[in-house]
Design a protein around this ligand. Structure first.
Ligand code: ATP
Ligand code: MG
Length: 296
């Protein structure tokens, strides 16, 4: 077992049947005692990720889709920023999914995501995703109205059906070589309060504060139920959820980096092989360049 796989393993859910959110502690930091203790490994992990991404890009066969979901102030943005700090921007795209536009609402809910699925050779990051359709839309069911789904299709099985459709979509993508990893940054309600207060108290964090986020906090328990049900129903071997402790940002970042490194490691990435014809071309180019240098 590599360091990355050992670190990420306790948080990976491949079969959600027995999943209970209460079995996971948002304050968990594995066997790490402090930020300092984890920094060296995080740096190593980011270096490792950059090397693997280079091969992913060169090989141009697999795509990697990373999905981030969480309550406000759980650290999605920071985790994305830190974890991707070492990778080549040409091989990575981040997309944030906000409240759907009128045009988006005119379509089925997967429509807007389809166009953002990463190409082969690329890492695509979804900051929120179609999972909002079983989270915010489930907690605030008036949002369903805005989706204008025909009345007769809104049945008691709606959420189960959405889980099934999402699983089918993810299976389809994985059969096409798009590898999916999903991260739920698991924050405690108490730590969220602390972070909201920091946003109010520290001028450089004021811009992040949103009164709407504080209102959403009142639906905390409904959100937790929705997250739990989502993880129970959409965790699979090819598209697992990682329930990442989020009360300590330094650990969140380390655990996310470990899960990504472990995933890329498993793909057995390698640079494209050079065949005899290509080798000949390389030799010819070398001779030309050497000759060129003499002339100059
Ligand atoms: P974040 O909150 O992710 O850090 P932000 O504050 O920059 O980002 P917001 O304007 O809060 O951006 O946009 C995210 C909001 O969009 C969230 O409240 C989320 O629940 C909502 N949202 C995302 N997807 C959907 C959807 N499919 N249906 C309804 N609301 C959605
Ligand atoms: Mg927001």
């Amino acid at each position: 077992m590599t360091w990355a796989s050992k670190l990420a393993e306790p948080y990976r859910i491949e079969d959600g049947k027995k999943f209970r959110l209460k079995d996971f502690d948002p304050g968990d930091t594995g066997h790490f005692r402090s930020k300092e203790h984890a920094t060296e490994l995080l740096e190593k992990g980011i270096g490792h990720m950059a090397a693997l991404q280079d091969k992913l890009y060169a090989q141009d066969r697999w795509g990697l889709l990373l999905i981030f979901q969480a309550m406000d102030a759980a650290g999605k943005d920071g985790a994305i920023k830190h974890v991707m700090s070492g990778v080549n921007p040409q091989g990575c795209q981040v997309h944030s999914f906000k409240t759907p536009s009128t045009e988006e609402l005119n379509h089925d809910y997967l429509w807007r995501t389809m166009q953002r699925v990463p190409e082969r050779g690329q890492i695509g990051i979804f900051n929120r995703s179609y999972y909002e359709e079983v989270l915010v839309v489930r907690v605030h069911q008036e949002l369903l109205k805005a989706e204008r789904i025909p009345e007769s299709l809104i049945t008691k099985d709606l959420w189960k059906d959405r889980f099934r459709d999402i699983c089918a979509f993810e299976r389809y993508l994985s059969r096409n070589g798009i590898v999916i990893r999903k991260f739920f940054l698991h924050l405690s309600k108490q730590e969220q309060k602390k972070r909201f207060l920091d946003r109010l108290d520290q001028p450089e964090k004021n811009w992040k504060f949103s009164a709407a986020d504080v209102r959403e906090r009142e639906s905390w328990d409904d959100y937790m139920d929705a997250y739990e049900d989502m993880i129970r129903n959409t965790s699979t071997k090819h598209s697992p959820w990682f329930v990442i402790p989020a009360d300590n940002k330094w650990f969140t970042r380390l655990a996310v980096a470990a899960a990504i490194v472990d995933t890329l490691d498993d793909l057995d990435l390698s640079y494209p092989e050079v065949d005899a014809q290509k080798r000949k071309e390389l030799q010819a180019a070398r001779t030309m360049l050497r000759g060129g240098r003499k002339q100059s």
